[in-house]
Design a protein around this ligand. Structure first.
Ligand code: ADP
Length: 399
């Protein structure tokens, strides 16, 4: 079975075509600047990289360009679009309705529409990706895989905010959590690497990219996570503040006479390690500035590590112990120095990093010494593979 995985953003679209009989990646690519001008970068195993700058005025153009690239005689990997058996879509917000991936039906689309108010930047693009695929590939099953679904197992005490209960009842204001597909994948991989049934494990997964979240995975299910009602909450991020006293936000709005939209922009786009360092949102730039003696860059990195370490501590308490900690995503997979800064705070867990293993890149590896009481792993995430696996399972169950 060949599954096309689509991750549709407002102006970008990532895709992979995976042969699910062997879990082999056949082709992958990225459409950028949709609605601005357009760029498609396409890579297929054993073929030259293909780049097109043909205009992409909307998601319809982008998905059509992807299908054209996949069937192209030179850089394509299939002869006919009909070889695509199913499409799996990443969908940001499934509210409290979806605790697992589902086959797309008109009712599912209604729910994705309903949750636009919870994810105004992402759900409209995700829905548009689904609708374009339905149009261009009539009859091909579409599956929705939600970023929030894995966290639906959190108990009430973890997801409720201590505000008047009526706001939860009326508007569903509560913690949802994100990056669920990634936390699920790396926790399962970690249990396999530990060779322990996942039901018997307590794992803390740290997805550290531009956005970042930390999750307590007990017995294979999410019991708490650092992102909240929106992806702004939790640890500090590239440009997002993470948790902040809500009264500080009110104070700033009053002092600087800021509108809701202005404050929203400051918290989402001008804060985090970018806000503290004043250098960049990219950790590579901040690490470079720090090595050149920039004190605020050093402060940003230390503050970031301190907050991740504090969150890990919370989850050790929540689970009454921990067997393993996993680092994943752009920063978590690539920055040995960030992992070291975080683990410097975890001596009480008897964690000891092996500096050679901590310097390795691009592979799933345990990075602790033999004496370390808790194991720490780096596991490259693979959200597309999880989406394709869920899609295959759901489509086969229908057959
Ligand atoms: P997202 O999917 O949230 O956009 P990624 O998971 O791709 O983000 O992570 C991107 C971030 O990872 C970059 O902003 C950068 O800060 C960090 N990163 C990637 N490679 C490295 C590296 N070699 N060293 C330090 N940081 C890195």
């Amino acid at each position: 079975m060949k599954v096309l995985v689509i991750n549709c953003g407002s102006s970008s679209l990532k895709y992979q075509l995976i042969d699910m009989d062997t879990e082999t990646l056949l082709a992958k690519g990225l459409c950028e600047r949709i609605g601005i001008d357009g760029k498609l970068k396409h890579e297929a195993a054993g073929k030259d990289k293909f780049i097109s700058e043909a205009p992409l005025k909307d998601h319809n153009d982008a998905i059509q360009a992807v299908l054209n690239a996949l069937v192209d005689p030179e850089h394509g990997v299939i002869k006919d679009m009909k070889e695509i058996d199913a499409v799996g879509h990443r969908v940001a917000h499934g509210g409290d309705h979806f605790n697992k991936s589902v086959l797309v039906t008109p009712e599912v689309k209604d729910y994705i529409t309903k949750y636009i108010e919870l994810a105004p930047l992402h759900n409209p693009a995700n829905l548009s990706g689904i609708e374009v695929c339905e149009k261009l590939m009539p009859g091909v099953p579409q599956v929705a895989v939600f970023d929030t679904a894995f966290h639906q197992t959190m108990p009430e005490k973890a997801y409720l905010y201590a505000i008047p209960y009526k706001y939860y009842e009326q508007y569903k204001v509560r913690k949802y959590g994100f990056h669920g597909t990634s936390h699920k994948y790396v926790s399962q991989e970690c249990a396999k690497m530990m060779d322990i049934p996942i039901e018997n494990t307590k794992i803390i997964t740290c997805h550290l990219g531009n956005g970042g979240s930390v999750t307590a995975v007990q017995g294979g299910i999410s019991i708490d996570t650092s992102m909240g009602f929106t992806p702004l909450d939790g640890i500090a991020m590239g440009t997002r503040s993470g948790s902040i006293d809500a009264a500080a936000v009110l104070f700033l709005m009053r002092k600087e006479n800021l509108s809701v939209d202005e404050m929203d922009r400051i918290l989402n786009k001008e804060s985090g390690v970018y806000g503290i360092s004043g250098v960049s949102s990219d950790f590579r730039d901040i690490e470079e500035a720090e090595s050149e003696g920039n004190k605020r860059a050093a402060l940003a990195l230390e503050t970031f590590a301190y907050r991740v370490a504090k969150t890990i501590g919370e989850y050790v308490a929540t689970m009454n112990g921990v067997d393993a900690i996993v680092f994943t995503a752009g920063l978590g997979e690539n920055s040995g120095s960030t992992r070291q800064l975080i683990c410097n705070y975890l001596g009480y867990l008897g964690i000891e990093l092996d500096s050679y293993k901590n310097s390795l890149r691009g592979q799933a590896v345990e990075i602790t010494t033999k004496q370390s009481r808790v194991q720490v792993y780096v596991i490259p995430t693979n959200e597309e593979l999880v989406i394709a696996r869920d899609t295959k399972e759901i489509v086969e169950a229908q057959a």
